[in-house]
Design a protein. Structure first.
Length: 133
């Protein structure tokens, strides 16, 4: 952060994503998914985020104002989650401040076993997940 004349130039704080394992039930079958949540970043107008699967595929890349994202793992290996808080560079209501996007933040988890159980809805159940940071 720095100041030139009466203008403050401010880089947004980085989001602090928390990875958790959640379960849900659909049509009588329990399944697991990975959820990421974070607290809103002050002065952020949104968040750019995506998941990277173990095979390098980027999925669910989006800009959103929500403070959560989720994915149902379908591969064994490390899943990455990357996020960046986005700034409104100039805002008439905050005339003396100019904001820059935050630095990107990465978190990862490792899925150690995926068990496919045949069912009518072809859901995937994940029986063992470990979180590594």
């Amino acid at each position: 952060d720095f100041k030139i004349n009466d203008i403050n130039y401010i880089t947004l704080k980085e989001p602090e994503p928390e990875l958790t394992i959640k379960t849900d039930e659909e049509e009588g079958q329990e399944f697991y998914y990975l959820e990421v949540e974070w607290e809103p970043v002050e002065s952020a107008t949104g968040y750019y985020h995506y998941f990277e699967k173990p095979n390098g595929t980027i999925t669910d890349a989006q800009v959103s104002t929500e403070t959560f994202a989720s994915i149902e793992p379908d591969l064994i290996g490390r899943y990455g989650f990357k996020i960046q808080a986005l700034a409104d560079t100039f805002n008439n209501e905050d005339y003396n401040n100019r904001y820059f996007d935050s630095k990107g933040v990465s978190k990862s988890i490792t899925v150690t076993q995926v068990v496919d159980e045949p069912s009518e809805n072809e859901g995937v159940t994940t029986s063992e997940i470990t979180i590594e940071e």
